[in-house]
Design a binder for this molecule. Structure first.
Ligand code: SAM
Length: 697
């Protein structure tokens, strides 16, 4: 270790904590997983940690007002020379290492200081709680609320927003300002309302900015564009008028815009579709890692968790609970020990190293040196974008199957380092050019299909359909970029296609009288489309399993999607009926004789990354039909729920999707009971028939 690094490490150890230590020890809990490794003192059952206890936190700044009041006492702010302030779990007892949090525990919850729906969601969601928007603001005719309570709650800010939106409409401008501009507007109106000395404003002012850091040209242009658009949106005739909001100069405005771009979260719905933008200063204290130990989600809190959050102000009142939404929550993805830094991912961590680092550099202005990226990590960088860990594993984001199909993988070749070999059997990869070409055209297609997915979904689907086999036959693993990205897009397009098929309850565009309705799909077409969507969803699950930690919400949602597709009623059983006396598909399922140990009964075996070596010897029939399909759906949904409980929080029952999946599981179990009963009766009938025949002869 160099002297500078040693000094930095020592400084980090002594870094100043803003948090006055409180009675954290009594609030810690030992993880069940870790108990066997702990000395006896640690085995004494500890009370469950109070998950959200805003009143107890004491955070001083300049000896003044309490800031970050949503921080619970088991989290503290520390600074490090490399990443600035960050959130850490408080250190436990000195002699005993206690696991503070288990995977799936909610570490922190906060309602954003300001949030704005994206333009395409404004007409569907409530602008206050982000639930379903049922009533439109009669003045601006743009913003919706679920009820008058939400409208009243939002009025102090919306009255300014309403006037701004009306002014824009009156000017003949047809395009609405983006969610970034509308959110910045809400920050400024909120600032004026709260006052510059308020805790609210000081927390916003305390956000990190990057105005002094050298930015890329596109970033500076973005900041300038946002600042100018904001001034216009606020109806100011000159930047100087911004002083009314406690912003004294153009430089301060630029700093605010930089704080916004550095600290804003994309707020998502419970299925992780983007809803809009929000700023929550306490959650924005968390630093980044490409292999995070926590995740920020907006799961729509369970009523039990919501009651904890609104303690003292109507915990029994469902309305009061709904009003605290959108509630951003930081959930532990794995067990987190005392004195550990909480880290979340700012970017898509399914991307390979170079792309992740470029995205972080561009928007957040730092070089990522996390365990997955940095040269100081345990892994050995073998080529840009490719890493082999000490355990001899290749980063699946840039991996190709072994050319000898031994089951191992090779680092994907790059232009700089084209030579590669299997880490397991050392077989050299010969088809380097084919892989490089496939990756290049795959990246281009992914970008194009991503841009066109909403405007020309048919073209986007043709692109993904054509490219996926090319990437697979070049040997890319399901977790490799851009195969995984294309597979995700392909799956989304196929599922959207199913939803808009004529006859579907979610049909998007009913055919009008002037457009002749397309012929309804035959049962076989519908079956083929459904099966194709299932195969695509299964490929996505296999890829995500390779690159994301167990319990990551993206994995949970993808698995839930697959389970639900498998649970869709089959339009036409695709296994010919055999025998008489029992429903055809019941008999077909009995003839398949799927036991719980059979590969067909377990989604895990089917969803194992499709190593060609395995496929060639025993191609599984996928998806199965009849009862095996339903059993596979059940198995997949049970596994999805287990992951959703982690990713969206146990206290939230896995979020809104986790709660729905639980209901699906109950329904399928009931349905399988009916199948089993019918199967039992079919077998009994067949036996009686046989006995009768024998008796007669
Ligand atoms: C949302 S803020 C996180 C809190 C911030 N550290 C602070 O002091 O307020 C994001 C900024 O933190 C810094 N940061 C976050 N994660 C980092 C990391 N892994 N390495 C270096 N800097 C990091 C970067 O400057 C980034 O723009």
């Amino acid at each position: 270790m160099s002297f500078t690094k040693l000094k930095a490490a020592r400084q980090a150890k002594h870094s100043y904590s803003y948090v006055t230590p409180t009675s954290q020890h009594s609030e810690s809990s030992a993880s069940a997983n870790s108990s066997s490794a702990l000395p006896s003192e640690a085995l004494t059952p500890e009370p469950e940690p109070q998950l959200v206890e805003p009143a107890k936190i004491i955070v001083h700044e300049d000896g003044g007002a309490k800031l970050y009041t949503s921080l619970p006492s088991y989290l503290e702010i520390r600074t490090s020379p490399t990443s600035g302030r960050g959130l850490w779990t408080t250190r436990g007892c000195s002699a005993v290492i206690l696991i503070y949090f288990c995977a799936g525990q909610v570490l922190l919850a906060a309602k954003p200081h300001a949030a704005a729906l994206s333009n395409d969601r404004l007409g569907q969601h409530c602008s206050q709680c982000f639930g379903v928007g049922a009533k439109r603001c009669t003045k601006c005719q743009i913003v919706f609320y679920c009820d008058s309570a939400c409208q009243t709650l939002d009025w102090p800010l919306h009255k300014h927003e309403c006037a701004a939106l009306e002014r824009i409409a009156a000017s003949g401008e047809t395009a609405l300002p983006s969610d970034a501009i509308r959110c910045l507007g809400r920050i400024l109106w909120g600032r004026r309302r709260a006052g510059v000395a308020s805790v609210w404003t000081r927390e916003i002012d305390g956000l990190q900015s990057h105005t002094t850091t050298a930015t890329s040209q596109s970033q500076s242009q973005l900041h300038t564009h946002l600042a100018l658009a904001l001034v216009r949106y606020l109806g100011l005739s000159s930047p100087a008028e911004i002083a009314a909001f406690g912003i004294e100069s153009g430089r301060e405005l630029a700093a605010l815009v930089s704080k916004f771009t550095t600290n804003t979260f994309t707020l998502t719905d419970p299925a992780l579709a983007p809803l809009g933008a929000g700023v929550a200063p306490s959650i924005a204290l968390i630093n980044h890692a490409c292999e995070p130990n926590a995740v920020v989600v907006v799961p729509r809190a369970s009523s039990a968790f919501a009651s904890t959050f609104v303690k003292g102000e109507g915990d029994k009142n469902a309305d009061a609970r709904a009003k605290m939404e959108p509630l951003m929550q930081v959930v532990a993805l794995r067990d987190i020990g005392a004195g550990e830094e909480i880290l979340t991912a700012y970017i898509d961590t399914t991307l390979p190293r170079e792309q992740r680092r470029a995205a972080l550099r561009e928007t957040y202005h730092f070089e990522c040196e996390c365990a997955l990226c940095g040269p100081s990590s345990s892994g050995t960088a073998t080529s840009p974008g490719t890493k082999i860990t000490d355990g001899g594993e290749v980063d699946p984001r840039s991996s190709v199957w072994c050319p000898k199909q031994c089951g191992g993988t090779c680092p994907a070749p790059t232009d700089d380092i084209p030579l590669s070999r299997c880490v397991k059997c050392r077989a050299p990869l010969h088809k380097t050019d084919e892989v490089l070409d496939a990756v290049r055209v795959g990246c281009e297609a992914l970008e194009k299909a991503g841009t066109l997915q909403f405007t020309d979904p048919d073209y986007a689907l043709r692109l993904t359909t054509n490219l996926l086999p090319i990437l697979s036959s070049a040997g890319l693993t399901p977790g490799a970029h851009p195969l995984l990205g294309l597979a995700r897009l392909h799956s989304a397009l196929l599922i959207a296609g199913l939803a808009s098929q004529p006859g579907s309850s979610q049909s998007a565009t009913p055919a009008g009288p002037s457009t002749p309705a397309p012929p309804p799909p035959t049962a076989a077409d519908a079956q083929a489309s459904l099966d194709a969507a299932i195969r695509a969803a299964a490929q996505v699950v296999a890829g995500l399993d390779m690159v994301l930690r167990y319990g990551h919400p993206v994995r949970g949602i993808a698995r839930a999607e697959l389970g639900r597709l498998l649970a869709v009623d089959e339009p036409a059983p695709n296994v010919p009926a055999a025998g008489a006396g029992a429903p055809a598909s019941v008999l077909s399922s009995s003839s398949a004789a799927v036991s719980s140990s059979s590969p067909l009964a377990s989604s895990s075996s089917i969803l194992t990354p499709s190593n060609p070596a395995v496929l060639r010897t025993e191609p599984p029939r996928f998806p199965p039909s009849g009862a095996p399909r339903l059993r596979l759906a059940l198995d997949t949904l049970v596994r999805a729920r287990a992951e959703l409980l982690i990713g969206f929080g146990v206290a939230n029952e896995g979020g809104a999707v986790g709660r729905e999946v639980r209901e699906d599981i109950v329904r399928i179990e009931r349905e399988l009971g009916v199948w089993r009963k019918a199967l039992g009766e079919g077998i009994k009938d067949a036996k009686d028939l046989e006995k009768g025949k024998m008796g007669r002869s």
